[in-house]
Design a protein around this ligand. Sequence first.
Ligand code: NAD
Length: 466
Amino acid sequence: MIPTINSVFKAQQTHKYTLRNSNATQRIDKLNALKSSIEAYEKEIYAALKSDLRKSEFESAITEIVFIYSEIDFAIKHLSSWMRPVKVGKTITALMAKNRIYYEPKGVCLIISPWNYPFQLMMAPLISAIAAGNCAILKPSELSVATSSVICRIIEKCFEESEVCCFEGDAKISTHLLSLPFDHIFFTGSTAVGKIVMEAAAKNLTSLTLELGGKSPTLIDETANLDTAAEKIAWGKLTNAGQTCIAPDYILIHESLEQAFIEKYKTAVQKMFYTESGTLNLDSYAKIINKRHFNRIEGLISDAVEKGATMPYGGKGEEATQTIMPTILRGLPENANIMKEEIFGPVLPVIPFKTIEEAIALINKMDKPLALYVFSEDKNKIQQVIKNTSAGGTCVNDVLIHISNPKLPFGGVNGSGLGSCHGQFGFKTFSHERAVVFQSKLEMSTLIYPPYEKKGWVLKWLKKLM
Ligand code: NAD
């Protein structure tokens, strides 16, 4: 395997010079070829997502497959304008020159993706990489085996290895890939592995995008519409059984609404995820990816309960089907492990606050989150939360939906990531913004050349103009 990676990397290092000269039509052809290959494998993708995560066809369509079709269509529609050099203004030192920003491809890019939205999270950066004129090596997750295998087959069908190539495998393969001097690395995954990737990138001074996770808070103040909040949070938390990087991780709620919210959340969950006879509807509820994560989530629940938290809802898991019931925890002690790591499962801690300042202070005690949600009808309070916190993205009176707009950047900040993706933001991520100045024959730069003793009048003139 390792010699193959090396030979593909070498071939891509040569081919990148051809791709640099590709025009919008040629890149659009490549995006169309990718789309056709995805269409040809559509049935297999749905089956793979069902096998890896028990995702229903509906959930797979909206969160993975249709999402990717629209990302491709958006890139095709706008690519010519994204590629066009941008005109910028002149400076007085080069008054007659033309100044442009060129978007040049980074070159050979490495894309490493996780298992939770295994199709979407590999394809979205790949679309941007192709749009920007790059070669790419893909390393999907070893935990979503079925989907990773389909991804590699999709790529084989529509690309030469010297342009895009996919390698299945675990951390060992990633480690080898990371030792190579890529022109850009796009990593989606955990914060812990993100640090390893950043260290490896530093050795080759490779530019890097990190799409990481963390604990995304949801703040509900005393003016919020609780029915709406409970319903939206139930959907956002339990889609993919909580294994979503931007899922509401925990709730901060005004103490006067805590009990009412818990009741409304339970009602919303029953309506969406339970059958009329009261059993969990496994056709609409994903499984936990593997036994290790199943045990990890169960461990977080039992640790919290042992340390004094109460569990007004859920709590039961079924190992045979890798299912954990939607669960609520309240009365959490500060030392509960569940408040120290990303939950990535269907467990919702509910933490009451007295004042909005207290809630903001709690958010700011942790890493800057990938997403922060606010439910409130008070415009001043909403602004207070936005201005006094930092987050990758925010929805006011909703959850998750900011990811679906390709006109918005998607990414984290510090602990939750570095850089952004989707639409033109993805195109820019995989491009180098190159400053190009076309000097004019009528240039006046000789005015600033030495000897300086005779240039006092130029300095005076420049100071005045500046
Ligand atoms: P992970 O970090 O364990 O693995 C991600 C990828 O890195 C996989 O392909 C894996 O094979 C590889 N990898 C694992 N160990 C490695 C190592 N030592 N060196 C190099 N590569 C290694 O993450 P995961 O469990 O697959 O995914 C869950 C995490 O991803 C969560 O934290 C979640 O929040 C985050 N995530 C973030 C986004 C986002 O867009 N910001 C999206 C989805 C998931």
